[in-house]
Write a new protein. Structure first.
Ligand SMILES: [Zn+2]
Length: 380
């Protein structure tokens, strides 16, 4: 059976003492990250060599002893991951973590130990009692997943984070996929667009304008207020917090919508085909609604990818070099004029079929995915 990683996010309700310890843990995690980021400018990143330096560092900065030692190691691994990502994608060198980031976090791994024939975990979830056991913090009250009685898998790690003055924990669990193998009967192509979030090859449109408009207005308004407020004033802090809350609401609305769309698409279809995302093209634009789109596409592809896996469905991503919007899905004629994004509808000069840009592209994407699937069948 195949294993997958699944994330569960719970709201945390720490006591006063626990909240203080969480703040300290976040601070220590940031300190370690920044300390070794500084070292990495002179001494090439090597997580294991860095970890060897930890005991010495703890002796120098005694307050590091107050927190879970595992999170200090995790912080080094986080830095290492940031570097690996940079080496792979050639963009975004790891940056120093600042206290003013809207999301502050630390991660700790679940450590399993055996003692007198009993197994102990450093992280434990009890969904009946609504508590999570975390190193040093002990039992913290949680809320979330009301209908979930039990998690069937091994906890790998937990990330505790603070956002808009609230605490959360994201628990990463390794689960086995337990789904029958199916012979695909249905296929769908997805075109990700600006006008609509997704158009499917059977003509379904998924739109995300409504919530974007709702929050974009609020965010713009608050940003104006913030720029007019006096630096260092209490009022400014208030607006800043309000803005953080609106951003959080926007993210939650997006997550919920994308969860619904990806659920529907992976339930109704056996083979799902989409285009690969052009990463470099996506990050550059600073316009708000564009940012939201980029995040939505990434999130959608991520969700469809893992939900297909859970449900034993096939998911293909077509190379970006494939000219999905230039080909007539009816006869295969290639129309180079369609590089112009303004053309929404066109009549094929060869077969006279009237093509709607996004729908036509999604059908081409579907056909290209079908080709890949047939190739796979031949070689297996
Ligand atoms: Zn044609």
């Amino acid at each position: 059976m195949e294993k997958i990683l699944k994330g569960y996010v719970f709201r945390l309700y720490p006591t006063k003492e626990q909240a203080i310890l969480i703040e300290k843990s976040i601070g220590c995690s940031r300190f370690i990250y920044n300390y070794f980021l500084d070292i990495s400018k002179e001494e090439k990143i090597n997580a294991y060599n860095y970890i060897k330096k930890l005991p010495e560092l703890i002796n120098e900065y005694l307050w590091l002893k107050e927190v879970d030692s595992c999170l200090l190691r995790c912080s080094i691994f986080n830095l290492d991951n940031a570097y690996q990502k940079y080496f792979k994608e050639k963009k975004g060198l790891p940056k120093f973590k600042s206290k003013t980031r809207s999301r502050q976090s630390y991660r700790t791994n679940n450590i399993t130990s055996n003692y007198k024939e009993k197994t102990y975990n450093s992280i434990e979830l009890d969904l009946n009692k609504k508590i999570i056991k975390l190193p040093k913090l002990k039992e913290v009250a949680i809320k979330g997943y009301r209908n979930l009685k039990q998690i069937n898998g091994k906890i790998i790690n937990a990330t505790v984070y603070k956002e808009a003055n609230k605490y959360y924990v994201s628990v990463c669990v390794e689960e086995y996929i337990n789904q029958p193998i199916i012979t695909p009967k249905t296929i769908i192509g997805l075109d990700l667009g600006i006008k609509n979030l997704v158009i499917t090859s059977d003509g379904k449109v998924y739109d995300n304008q409504k919530y974007i408009q709702k929050y974009e207005k609020k965010i713009k308004g608050l940003q104006k207020w913030l720029s007019r407020s006096q630096k260092g004033s209490k009022n400014r802090e208030k607006i800043r917090l309000k803005l953080a809350r609106v951003y959080q609401k926007l993210r939650n609305a997006r997550k919920y919508l994308i969860h619904q769309i990806s659920k529907e698409i992976t339930e109704e279809n056996d083979i799902i085909v989409a285009e690969k995302l052009k990463i470099n093209q996506m990050v550059k634009n600073s316009h708000l609604s564009k940012q939201i789109y980029d995040a939505s596409w990434q999130e959608l592809i991520r969700c469809i990818s893992y939900k297909s896996k859970w449900k034993n469905k096939k998911f293909y991503q077509i190379d970006t070099s494939y000219p999905s919007s230039q080909i007539c899905s009816h006869c295969g004629y290639k129309n180079k004029e369609l590089k112009n994004l303004k053309i929404r509808e066109w009549e094929c000069p060869k077969c006279q079929n009237k093509n709607e840009r996004d729908l036509n592209a999604s059908i081409n994407i579907m056909n290209e995915g079908l080709k890949q699937y047939m190739d796979e069948l031949q070689f297996n």
